[in-house]
Design a protein around this ligand. Structure first.
Ligand SMILES: O=C(O)C(=O)C[C@]1(C(=O)O)C=C[C@@H](O)C=C1
Length: 89
């Protein structure tokens, strides 16, 4: 595949990913709401471990698993930042 063709495909996937990540963040805001009402901690290390293990298991190409884990750790770190901001409102 040519460079421009690859980049067009990447751009397409980035649009889909942005939409999916926005939907994920909206659910995270609902989790924050629930946690606020129930006086729960934002950071849930057990749940994060479950998510990371699930993602590693879902990876079709196992060599990519560590990269996907890192990406998901970043996503959850930003989820926590968003939850904190949401709770402070
Ligand atoms: O499931 C939760 O409890 C969340 O707050 C969501 C989430 C996530 O982004 O998946 C974020 C922070 C927690 O540490 C664990 C998971």
């Amino acid at each position: 595949m040519e460079l421009e063709e690859c980049r067009r495909e990447i751009d397409k996937l980035d649009r889909e990913l942005t939409d999916i990540l926005e939907r994920r963040m909206k659910l995270v805001a609902q989790v924050a709401e629930y946690k606020k009402i129930h006086h729960m901690e934002i950071y849930d290390p057990r749940r994060e471990q479950q998510v990371l293990d699930k993602i590693a298991g879902l990876a079709g190409h196992k060599a990519l698993a560590p990269y996907l884990r890192n990406i998901y750790q970043c996503i959850m770190d930003e989820s926590k930042n968003y939850e904190r901001e949401h709770m402070d409102r």
